[in-house]
Design a protein. Structure first.
Length: 125
């Protein structure tokens, strides 16, 4: 059995990397969708971990995921978005992404907008 594991180990690791890269590919579009949508991707991740760790179907998967240092799907999506915003803020993101974001400091606070509306309304009277 050990011989079989050592012979196929590079193929299993390579296929696990392929599955994880496909799970991360465009997963940021899943933000805000119902929890059932990423749940299907999470089950794919669980099956990949079972393949890599050679776990039985009844074995608990959480310790295996922690051992592999794999984040759950929703946390992977959140990490990816945070990294994208960080790269945008420090100027390492492409221009088409930078143009989509607006800094909060460039948006006037609600109180100043409200005061301007009150001043305009008071001047009209």
């Amino acid at each position: 059995m050990f011989y079989i594991c050592t012979v196929y180990a590079p193929f299993v690791d390579n296929s696990a990397a392929t599955v994880l890269s496909r799970l991360d590919y465009h997963n940021a579009v899943l933000v805000g969708l119902p929890a059932a949508t990423p749940a299907r991707l999470q089950s794919v991740m669980h099956e990949t971990a079972r393949l890599v760790l050679d776990l039985k179907p009844r074995d608990h998967i959480t310790p295996g995921l922690r051992g592999l240092h794999w984040l759950p799907i929703m946390q992977r999506i959140e990490y990816k978005l945070c990294l994208l915003v960080h790269k945008t803020l420090i100027g390492q993101a492409p221009d088409y992404i930078t143009n989509l974001l607006t800094l909060v400091t460039n948006i006037p606070p609600r109180s100043s907008v409200w005061l301007e509306e009150v001043a305009v309304a008071a001047g009209a009277q």
